[in-house]
Design a protein around this ligand. Structure first.
Ligand code: AMP
Length: 281
């Protein structure tokens, strides 16, 4: 199987999709920022199983980075990405230039309430506005039958679900489980920033989340369990942005894990690298 066809223009992508539609083919889309790893590839494989044509998008979206963040340093690896996408048999890599997505006179912002509140937004106020604007554009460009998002970015997954519901976008959002390194660290393009010492510490984030989740399932007091977790993270060398228990469907704050499905979410920094992770409770 060869590499996917690289498409850079919206009009060209629409022509291809139009031809697929006339053949009644079901289309899946996986939005990414590239530097692909097994987490991304798991979404492509799921799309391959569930739909007949698979479009991966690659756009490092400036709108979701603050001026102080790592837009310039964000890893870029087009050739390696294409080789990986050949293995999982993606049909198209849509890799538009900046001006194709945001022409000079671009003036619109899509803003989602509900699950956007708190957590990431408390530390990256610009983030979801950038994500929801570009995801809206990508979904409207392709109108895929299904779009795939990772549970790794759990708040983002719920925000995208809300966006699609509120705007009646005719795309089903499919959430896919977090793919981890053998030591438990959630795969992320940003893991490449970790030096050896921080890479050795990083799996503690998932281990501590799992320990808290086990405590909550056993019925220990949530506030005490979360306080112990924050201390454990700090002792493991993390600067904790947040560690919170939330409703797994609405992301509303939860004080216990017994009143329906809950999710434990965390963001913590090792040096200048920010890691996020979450587990079901
Ligand atoms: P990104 O390129 O980081 O914007 O991620 C693109 C998509 O891949 C998002 O839906 C992410 O949630 C998903 N993703 C990233 N890392 C993982 C992972 N370790 N497991 C599953 N999905 C992931």
């Amino acid at each position: 199987m060869g590499e996917p066809q690289v498409v850079v223009r919206i009009s060209a992508l629409r022509d291809i999709i139009g031809a697929w539609r006339r053949e009644n083919l079901r289309i899946g889309m996986i939005p990414t920022m590239g530097a692909l790893h097994e987490g991304h590839l798991s979404l492509v494989r799921e799309a391959r199983r569930r739909t007949e044509r698979v479009i991966v998008t690659l756009f490092v979206n400036p709108a979701q980075f603050a001026a102080t963040e790592d837009l310039g340093a964000y890893p870029r690896a087009l050739d390696a990405d294409l080789a990986k996408l050949a293995e999982v048999r993606a049909d198209i890599l849509f890799a538009p230039e900046l001006a194709e997505i945001y022409p000079a006179d671009f003036d619109t912002r899509v803003s989602v309430g509900g699950p956007s509140a708190g957590l990431e937004t408390d530390f990256r106020a610009h983030f979801f506005g950038g994500v929801t604007t570009v995801v809206t554009k990508l979904l409207l460009i392709g109108l895929p039958d299904e779009a795939y998002f990772g549970e790794k970015d759990f708040q983002q997954l719920l925000v995208v679900r809300k966006l699609v519901r509120d705007l009646d976008v005719p795309t089903a959002i499919v959430g896919c489980p977090t793919v981890r390194e053998p030591d438990g660290l959630a795969m992320s393009s940003r893991n490449a920033y970790l030096d050896a010492a921080d890479r050795a510490r990083a799996p503690r984030l998932h281990a501590i989340l799992q320990a808290i989740a086990a405590g909550l399932r056993a019925g220990t007091d949530a506030a005490a369990e979360l306080a112990r977790g924050r201390t454990a993270l700090t002792e493991a060398g993390f600067d904790v942005d947040y560690l919170d228990l939330r409703d797994a469907e609405t992301l509303a704050p939860r004080t216990d894990a017994v009143a329906g499905p809950a999710r434990l979410l965390a963001a913590a920094r090792l040096g200048s690298t920010r890691l996020i992770d979450n587990v079901a409770v």
